[in-house]
Design a protein around this ligand. Structure first.
Ligand SMILES: Nc1nc2c(ncn2[C@@H]2O[C@H](COP(=O)(O)OP(=O)(O)OP(=O)(O)O)[C@@H](O)[C@H]2O)c(=O)[nH]1
Ligand SMILES: [Mg+2]
Length: 331
């Protein structure tokens, strides 16, 4: 049996900024055990009044674009500005290469050794949806622990960045120079989600290529229609090795935050995100209870083959399963 604290111990520990208890609480919210789920829900509810005071930033980009290195450098810049920083990772690639978590730990050595920073690598082996839905809870726990800025790293190749976009205030896209219009595997939709586009590794011999890419992306972004928050995503350049461009990025984020606070967009966006959070959890619970039902499982085992060989329509069978689960006569 894994070690669990009481609700009060988790709550007090987090409010007292105890990083070890914060870690344990995140493990609790990530757990798929029923009893943990209940305790975790209660904990999040108890801590809700203490959340909402951080700047929530999502950071995405293809593998190797330098997200972790950027976070290490950017995080240290924030610490210098007297901001405490929590880093969460939603990283499906780390499921394949377990090494990347270790790699990240060494890459974020300076940041992780600072007592005002907290780094939480993504759990391995979890389903993508699961990871991202728990990231929101993890983020709220970090907020309750008083971190000023939360950085969420995600790999920009799948659905994970859409999930992350749905829980942050500001979305930062890192790009590499030299791939101009090929978009480097980043879909147009992800570019549209970005609040700032950073051409990364703007150092050494990359520099001239970086400048060229900057104008290509500026032109590309001009073609996107402005959204309701009336913010044109700037295209900037930065190097996490030299540190060039990093403080400009922070200034942009502060300006954005101020502007969105004043316009009311920040709060509106967070309200929408909370409703989305409800929707995600309902879906999670429905499928968990439905698929966890013994009768449903028996029927599934019995009839799966018939669906596979085309004898039984998945539509009819799915409806039958719902009928069994809810014991409805008719659905
Ligand atoms: N020249 C240069 N190289 C950089 C910069 N930032 C990161 N790198 C290098 O790029 C490589 C990848 O960096 P990571 O930070 O691991 O990239 P990542 O996007 O986190 O990668 P994944 O987590 O695997 O998706 C490393 O070898 C870094 O040293 C930079 O600003 N300039
Ligand atoms: Mg990384």
């Amino acid at each position: 049996m894994r070690k669990r604290l009481t609700l009060k111990e988790y709550k007090n520990g987090i409010l007292n900024k105890d990083k070890s208890i914060l870690s344990q609480a995140i493990t609790l919210v990530e757990s798929s055990l029923e009893s943990d789920f209940i305790l975790a829900s209660d904990l999040v509810q108890e801590l809700l009044p203490f959340t909402g005071n951080s700047i929530r930033i999502g950071i995405t980009g293809v593998p190797g674009v330098g997200k972790s290195t950027f976070i290490e450098a950017f995080g240290q810049l924030l610490l210098k500005q007297d901001k405490s920083v929590a880093v969460l990772a939603v990283d499906p690639s780390s499921q394949k290469t377990k090494g990347s978590i270790l790699g990240d730990k060494t890459r974020m050595e300076n940041l992780s050794s600072d007592k005002r920073a907290f780094i939480r690598p993504s759990p391995t082996g979890s389903a993508l949806g699961g990871v991202s839905s728990k990231t929101r809870e993890a983020m709220l726990l970090c907020e309750a622990a008083g971190f000023d800025v939360i950085l969420i790293e995600t790999v920009g190749v799948g659905q994970s960045e859409t999930a992350v976009k749905g829980m942050v205030d500001f979305f930062l896209l890192l790009m590499l120079a030299g791939a101009g219009d090929e978009l480097q595997g980043i879909k147009k939709g992800i570019m549209e989600m970005a609040d700032i586009l950073v051409i990364h590794k703007a150092d050494g011999e990359n520099l001239s290529q970086v400048k060229k890419s900057q104008s290509v992306y500026k032109n590309a972004l001009h073609l996107f229609p402005q959204d309701e928050k009336k913010w044109s995503a700037p295209v900037v350049t930065a190097s996490s090795l030299s540190g060039n461009g990093l403080s400009e990025i922070w200034q942009t984020i502060e300006k954005y935050f101020q502007q969105m606070k004043e316009s009311g967009y920040l709060e509106k966006n967070r309200s929408d995100q909370r409703l989305k959070w409800l929707e995600e959890n309902l879906q999670l619970l429905i499928s968990r209870y439905l698929l966890g039902n013994q009768e449903v499982q028996n029927l599934l085992a019995k009839n799966k083959k018939k669906v596979a060989n085309g004898e039984l329509s998945p539509l009819v069978f799915a409806r039958d399963l719902m009928n069994v689960f809810f014991s409805f006569k008719e659905l």
